[in-house]
Design a binder for this molecule. Structure first.
Ligand code: GRF
Length: 200
């Protein structure tokens, strides 16, 4: 079986990138693209012998050219799915349209609650009893695209943003690889805002 060709975009630690590399049999990460040379995710790419490219936003005069470079790299690897894994930039509507319904993201809250930055702190400040994570397709909004999978964790009275984040992260490492496997098996059907999961 031909494996789905995946490109991962990350800015930092890369633990979701690692989970995808280790857990998805039906897909192969062809390239890691990071937007800063200090991203720890590069070490993981080296460990697993995955090609990586640093596309440093500071070296581009505008966002369009920065995204053009990313697009060229993804196209050169014939990537069929882009997985955002802690990529700390909003992609422009043009980029999202170019790769329509071929971009996934993982967010550390139960969307549509607490989109954007510091989702775990937002959840604690609000006082919710449960939180979790969401894998969704990316549309032109911020964390607004059709939801593929979610996982729930309890919020404990003595949680800090860090303890909640680490409880959520364990679930991220399960549902992100699973969502990518489902995509690779052509089992995700987008129907308006809803994503249906087909049986095999
Ligand atoms: C995760 O919490 C993810 O939900 C969010 O950014 C963080 C990335 O962590 N989008 P890592 O770099 O995958 O370890």
């Amino acid at each position: 079986m031909n494996k789905l060709k995946v490109g991962v975009l990350a800015s930092g630690r890369g633990s979701n990138f690692k989970a995808i590399v280790q857990k998805v049999d039906s897909a192969e990460v062809k390239v890691l693209i990071v937007d800063n040379p200090g991203a720890k995710a590069i070490e993981i790419a080296k460990e697993f012998n995955i090609p990586y490219e640093v596309v440093d936003r500071k070296k581009f005069s505008n966002k369009l050219n920065f995204e053009k470079e990313i697009t060229n790299i993804l196209d050169s690897y014939k990537v069929e799915l882009i997985a955002l894994a802690g990529f700390m930039r909003i992609l422009s509507p043009g980029f999202v349209e170019h790769f329509k319904w071929k971009i996934m993201n993982i967010h550390p809250s139960l969307l549509p609650s607490f989109p954007g930055l510091n989702a775990q702190k937002q959840a604690l400040d609000y006082g919710v009893r449960v939180s979790g994570c969401t894998v969704h397709f990316v549309d032109a909004g911020t964390d607004t695209g059709p939801i593929i999978l979610q996982a729930v964790v309890p919020v404990l009275d003595d949680d800090s943003p860090e303890t909640l984040a680490s409880r959520i992260l364990k679930e991220e490492h399960k549902i992100y690889p699973f969502a990518i496997s489902l995509f690779a098996q052509n089992r995700l059907v987008i129907d308006g805002r809803k994503v249906k999961i087909k049986d095999i």
